[in-house]
Design a protein around this ligand. Structure first.
Ligand code: NAD
Length: 324
């Protein structure tokens, strides 16, 4: 990577928050060893490289690796020693190794635990984690009001909600006062194999809500190594993605780079959160963004890969409990 690349990653505004996020965001779930073991040294080196190359946004959760991700990220940020106002941290609440709990009492305790693990005084964003597993009405009537209190107390700056089914976002945003929810995090819905988030963008814009899109590699489907054991996709979707990855490899190309560039194209999305666990992955993903910014994109390869994935386009998987 050329030294010129330092700190030149594009920044994008996140809704009405005033935050400017690097277009490539750092997904810290791999630091919880959910995609294979990662040592504290590797975690720190990865975070250091991310900051050096201009990534300023880090996303974690108490759920990732059963609190391991938060601890590793906290240690890494401290070791790198960047001033607090130069990075943006988002963590979550309501989902834990032990299960889901979106009660006001649990959320209020949860943030203190997270801050301790992260070794921070506040987080920039606190998001209700995978709300389709809870009662959406409890989220609206109990969890969000509790988060507002945390905001007033200065422990969090902004409030978010996350989950897989896109309908949860309309449900909640239609039922809370405008400006209550600052951001949403959607995952696996804005990548080469699934673009369904696109239809929701005008609605989110009308609500002034910032958009974070996670898992551009579909949690490993769009990688040469393939997804982890626990990946919830159907065998059909897994096979199609494997075929697409092999096709790229035969052409001497990397499907992950193509996938990153695809997701990064839409500037209505503030950041593309990609899970990273090595210095090399950080370099590759930032380089993908830089190439795109320089107008380099592989349209021919994209057309071929889209052809391979056409039979499974927008295929997803069930998540959460049935909402009435
Ligand atoms: P992802 O699509 O980003 O894929 C991550 C996997 O790809 C990991 O195994 C990683 O090591 C690997 N990888 C990364 N860069 C690569 C490259 N250039 N080449 C090959 N492999 C590469 O999926 P993800 O990690 O699940 O999602 C990203 C982040 O978004 C998470 O870490 C998390 O912070 C967030 N997220 C949040 C939710 C939620 O709130 N419900 C859900 C999913 C993801």
């Amino acid at each position: 990577i050329h030294p010129r690349m330092e700190k030149v990653l594009e920044l994008r505004s996140l809704g009405n928050t005033g935050l400017k996020l690097s277009c490539v965001g750092f997904g810290a779930s791999p630091l919880g060893s959910v995609f294979g073991p990662v040592s504290d040294e590797e975690a720190t080196a990865t975070v250091r490289e991310a900051l050096r190359l201009g990534i300023n946004f880090f996303d974690t959760s108490p759920y990732y690796g059963g609190t391991l991700s938060e601890k590793a990220l906290g240690k890494a940020l401290k070791a790198v020693g960047v001033p607090r106002d130069e990075f943006i941290v988002s963590t979550k609440c309501g989902r834990y190794k032990e299960g889901f709990d979106f009660s006001a009492a649990r959320i209020t305790k949860s943030i203190d635990e997270s801050l301790e693990r992260l070794q921070l005084n506040y987080v920039d964003i606190l998001q209700c984690h995978d709300i389709e597993f809870g009662s959406l009405d409890q989220i609206i009537n109990e969890t969000i009001p509790a988060l507002k209190k945390l905001k007033e107390a200065g422990k969090i700056r902004f409030i978010g909600i996350t989950g897989l089914p896109l309908g949860i976002f309309n449900y909640v945003l239609d039922r809370v006062p405008l400006g209550t929810i600052d951001v949403i995090l959607s995952y696996c819905h804005y990548g080469i194999n699934d673009t369904t988030l696109e239809d929701l963008l005008p609605y989110l814009k009308s609500k002034g809500v910032g958009v974070i899109s996670a898992s551009p590699l579909s949690m490993g489907l769009l990688t040469e190594n393939g997804p982890p054991e626990w990946h919830p996709a159907s065998p059909e979707l897994k096979v199609a993605c494997k075929n697409a990855a092999e096709f790229c490899k035969k052409k001497g190309k990397d499907i992950s780079k193509l996938a990153m560039q695809y997701s990064l194209r839409n500037k209505e999305i503030s950041t593309i959160l990609v899970g990273m666990k090595s210095v090399e992955q950080v370099k590759v993903n930032v380089e993908a963004a830089m190439e795109l910014a320089n107008g380099e994109k592989d349209e021919e390869l994209l057309v071929e890969v889209e052809k391979i994935l056409k039979p499974v386009k927008n295929q997803t998987w069930p998540s959460g409990i049935q909402q009435s």
